[in-house]
Design a protein around this ligand. Structure first.
Ligand code: ME8
Length: 522
């Protein structure tokens, strides 16, 4: 079985996750579910980045013991991700023993390859970024030079550090980029990274002497790893077997534009140094603002994903985030927009279609869905949806991969799916099954149209299975078809079921019509 590993960044647990954190997790979740349905053995890792100075500060400011604080946050975040139905298989906390051990192993390997050396670091360190800064990284504010992201003056430090020889890998990295033209998506981010590398790479610090809480270097226990080094290796901790031992594993990282240099440049070099396999792909997301402003505690505009999922539906939130913004671009989140999309697209188009078709079928005692070649030709006519052309051969995963997934074109996947939904709505309006059913001459035609529409609804629902997961579950209940009811995108091993149901051109139903998305009371 082909193996697939998808990851989210591991988030700093110095606060509660917001809608931006949910965004990257939702994207990874879509991929994990999709790949499971198409027969991959999926590992999906996420977690908390705990070896960070700002966590120590946060715990201290709350008067808590650091480990106690981390345990509470770890539990809270895992609960949030479960609440959002993120189908991860591994939740990594970087204070866990196997991670520490692995990081030490990796450091030792790089050290043995002469890639880590001692030096003195004199310069700025921004705790917000957990990163070293040069003068040219800073911007002026109130007569001081500050970090552009955190608007705080970084600490000026002088200390003994160990450095990683990034410069040694410059040519190898360039070659890797040439050999893997689609490694980083979207392309404009890849171009930025390439031109950064063309500007010349300088070695970076991987350890500090200050904090005794972090992971000691095996070859110099007076030093502890710098968080950017240890955090990246969480991906290996999560998947040691799949990653290390299986050359065929497809590895995909999802991350935000804020950490693209670490993932696009440092990470490949670190892996080259320890002679491990490199990821196949990195999807770089943009950032969300809220009502046009950066999310911040002081502005009080931080969106809690749990609350919006409870207020609307998980399907509405994921749909809003992925439908409105192509992967890579920045976006804006607003509750008005969420409400609008929920009402118009989920309830108006999709929910209504399912309800119209299944209620009429139930009313007229129809107990089967049927494909019909002639009706299919009418349905297809003038339809622009690319998905339509793949609809007939949906099980040909390669085409969908090629068209949508390879370049993270999730927005167009949803757009094209919506064209099918619209088409089906138009079809039922034009077919006038209610009127035709009343007339003996046209009654059979009405029945055939509705049977055909049941087939269409079934397959559009299957296309939505990895994304509109709550609606999908409800449709499974409505259909009352045993095989259909068994499909579950949160678990490996469903592919036979999925194919079987997709291919069913004549199937029985035991309809139990219900509303899939409830109107929200204002
Ligand atoms: O950087 N819009 O953790 P972090 C969209 N621990 N996505 C957002 C976002 C927003 N407004 N805000 C955050 C770290 N994100 C490190 C990562 S990985 C080895 C170490 C998402 O808690 C986005 O994916 O600051 C970003 O890369 C990630 O959260 C950063 O989370």
């Amino acid at each position: 079985m082909k193996k697939f590993l998808i990851t989210t960044p591991i988030y700093y647990p110095n606060g509660y996750p917001h809608i931006g954190h949910a965004y990257s997790s939702f994207i990874a979740d879509f991929y994990a579910r999709y790949k499971r349905l198409f027969g991959y053995d999926v590992k999906f890792s996420t977690g908390n980045d705990e070896n960070s100075q700002k966590i120590v500060q946060q715990a201290e400011s709350e008067g808590k013991d650091v480990m106690e604080y981390l345990n509470a946050m770890g539990k809270k975040r895992e609960d949030v991700r479960q609440h959002l139905q993120i189908s991860y298989t591994d939740f990594i906390r970087t204070t866990q023993e196997n991670h520490k051990k692995l990081v030490q192993e990796m450091l030792q390997k790089s050290y043995n390859h002469w890639d880590i050396y001692e030096g003195e670091y004199k310069g700025y360190y921004c705790i917000g970024c957990e990163g070293f800064k040069t003068e040219k990284d800073l911007i002026p504010k109130d007569w001081e030079m500050v970090c552009p992201d955190h608007l705080k003056k970084p600490d000026l430090i002088t200390e003994k550090n160990r450095f990683f020889k990034l410069s040694k890998y410059e040519n190898q990295i360039k070659k890797f980029y040439t050999d893997h033209p689609e490694f980083l998506v979207p392309e404009y981010r890849y171009n930025e990274i390439k031109s950064f590398v063309n500007g010349g790479l300088i070695d970076f610090s991987v350890s500090r002497e200050t904090n005794k809480f972090w992971i000691p270097l095996p070859f110099d226990p007076s030093q502890v790893t710098y968080v950017r080094y240890d955090a990246l290796f969480n991906y290996v901790t999560a998947s040691k077997d799949a990653w290390f031992r299986n050359e065929d594993t497809e590895i995909v990282h999802v991350l935000g534009k804020d950490i693209v240099k670490f993932h696009g440049i440092f990470w490949p070099a670190m892996l080259m140094s320890v002679q491990e396999k490199l990821p196949n792909k990195e999807f770089i997301t943009g950032f969300f603002t809220v009502d046009g402003q950066k999310m911040s505690k002081s502005l009080g505009n931080v969106i809690d994903p749990v609350k919006v999922v409870d207020d609307y539906d998980r399907d509405a939130v994921i749909f809003n985030l992925l439908y409105d913004v192509p992967i890579g671009a920045d976006g804006d989140f607003s509750v008005e927009r969420l409400w609008h999309l929920y009402e118009s697209m989920l309830i108006g188009w999709w929910g209504n279609l399912v309800n119209r078709v299944t209620s009429l079928c139930k009313k007229y005692g129809i107990t089967s869905g049927k494909f019909n070649k002639q009706k299919w030709e009418t349905f297809k006519e003038d339809n622009e949806s690319k998905l339509l052309h793949y609809f007939e051969e949906w099980r040909d995963n390669a085409k969908i991969e090629e068209q949508y997934l390879r370049k993270a074109e999730i927005k167009s996947y949803l757009d094209d799916r919506y064209q099918l939904v619209q088409r089906a709505n138009e079809y039922i309006t034009r077919a006038e099954p209610r009127a035709k059913y009343k007339n003996d001459d046209t009654k059979n035609e009405a029945i055939a149209d509705l049977q055909f529409l049941l087939y269409i609804v079934k397959n559009i629902a299957l296309i939505s299975a990895p994304i509109l997961i709550n609606g999908f579950k409800k449709i499974q209940d409505i259909f009352g078809n045993e095989e259909f009811g068994k499909i579950d995108s949160s678990k490996n091993g469903n592919e036979h079921q999925f194919k079987l149901v997709f291919d069913q051109e004549d199937f029985t139903v035991n309809l139990n019509p219900a509303i899939i998305y409830k109107k929200k009371e204002e």
